[in-house]
Design a protein around this ligand. Structure first.
Ligand code: DC
Length: 211
């Protein structure tokens, strides 16, 4: 079974998808982490993350796998390096290259084959798994999302984060390929005023209803 979750940054998709996978005993696949891993690897290898051709050839030369829900580059767990300010700043641009998107889509579909998965990230419901058994779109106001992000990034400034979120939303919605949009038959959940547990309950309720 595939449960796919889309939505903007900070809407709670990562935390909730991971929790849902645990509760349902499903495999967890965070598609944004693949773009972040390609961005991180480029930065670590001294490549300008805006140089699309170099980022692509670097991406083609590394292997991304998932172990216990964590992303590994060439077998090394790099999950705790995926949410730094520099990766945040460039992941959207890296993800705007259709060739990189193709690499990620293939890798994700390959890993998912024959598994029960909870997957999350823009375009998981529209492009990667349009035939997912369940599709959800999580949303939250930019202000709430900025506050959530602040808790993850120590010493950060609210106005700077809010501005970065608004800019990224714009970029992600206007992307020529893989833009953020609500799939026709997705269940829409505004998580602004809900706790993580409340959102999980809503999703599990929907999934447990007979198809
Ligand atoms: O969800 P996230 O913030 O970890 O995603 C990192 C970047 O990758 C973000 O700019 C959105 C982009 N992304 C994408 O274009 N398609 C996906 N399926 C997942 C993420």
């Amino acid at each position: 079974m595939v449960i796919a979750i889309d939505g903007p940054a900070g809407s709670g998709k990562s935390t909730i998808a991971r929790r849902l996978a645990e509760e349902l005993g499903f495999y967890f696949l965070n598609t944004g982490s693949f773009y972040r891993a390609y961005t991180l690897s480029a930065i670590e290898n001294g490549i300008d993350p805006l140089d699309k051709d170099k980022v692509l050839s670097n991406a083609e030369s590394i292997e991304i796998t998932v172990k216990d829900g964590n992303i590994c580059i060439d077998g090394v767990d790099c999950e705790n390096k995926l949410h730094t300010a520099s990766v945040d700043a460039y992941a959207s641009q890296v993800s705007s290259d259709p060739r990189i998107r193709e690499l990620v889509n293939k890798a994700v579909r390959n890993i998912a084959k024959g598994l029960d998965i909870v997957t999350e990230g823009r375009d998981t419901t529209t492009v990667i798994f349009p035939e997912a058994d369940y599709k959800f779109y999580f949303d939250a106001s930019p202000e709430v999302r900025a506050k959530r992000r602040m808790q993850d990034q120590e010493g950060s400034d609210y106005q700077t984060i809010l501005k970065a979120i608004e800019e990224r939303d714009k970029m992600d919605k206007e992307k020529a390929v893989g833009a953020l949009k609500i799939a026709d038959n997705a269940i829409y959940i505004d998580t602004s005023l809900l706790t993580i547990s409340q959102v999980c309950e809503k999703v599990i309720e929907a999934v447990r209803e007979p198809l």
